[in-house]
Design a protein around this ligand. Structure first.
Ligand SMILES: [Zn+2]
Length: 191
């Protein structure tokens, strides 16, 4: 097969050279109210890769990206923190044969960091791409949480645009007695 990024022949979906380039992340933190959102890339840097969600090749691309970013992050985190932490993906809804956010959560699974798959689903699956902040505010996701209470959790999503979705997700989790430590996303749309 060919590398999805450079189209050279490669056994892996992202070849070694491209992986080396992607390992140099541009980590940044956004503060959305009380919620800290840590991102590994600028959206424009990996846009072609992120647009594969819901496509057959997207499963392997999201898995490769998560293994380069979220997996080492959580391994380092649990080394310095003894408590059990739960991983809650935003709207792990299956589309195109898999839930792309669940692929990210799965990569973070360790004996001490436990994904609660599909525990936070939107009841209103309105498309936000290209919509204004006002539109997003008027068409809330209306998340329903069905996971455990009285836990520490890390919130996961693929991208952060305005932060409206993550903020809404955090609110629902707090109301359900979840202590949200912070959120992690692959990419931040803000340059
Ligand atoms: Zn390549």
């Amino acid at each position: 097969m060919r590398c999805y990024t450079c189209t050279r022949l490669s056994y892996a979906i992202i070849c070694k050279d491209c992986k080396d380039t992607l390992l140099g992340t541009t980590m940044g933190t956004r503060h959305i109210g009380s919620l800290d959102v840590i991102s590994f890339y600028k959206y424009s840097h990996i846009e072609s890769l992120l647009l594969t969600k819901h496509k057959p090749e997207g499963y392997r691309i999201y898995k490769a990206l998560a293994e380069m970013t979220m997996k080492p992050f959580i391994e380092e985190f649990i080394e310095s923190d003894d408590r059990i932490v739960y991983i809650i993906g935003v709207d792990e809804y299956v589309s195109g044969g898999y839930a792309h956010v669940a692929v990210l959560s799965k990569a973070m699974q360790t004996p001490q960091s436990i994904p609660l798959f599909a525990s936070l689903l939107a009841q209103n699956r309105v498309r936000y791409a290209g919509k204004s902040l006002a539109f997003r505010r008027h068409h809330a996701r209306d998340f329903k949480y069905t996971g455990k209470s009285h836990i520490d959790a890390i919130l996961i999503d693929d991208i952060i645009t305005t932060g409206t979705t993550l903020k809404e997700a955090e609110k629902v989790l707090i109301a359900s007695g979840v202590n949200v430590l912070f959120a992690l996303t692959l990419a931040d749309v803000l340059e």
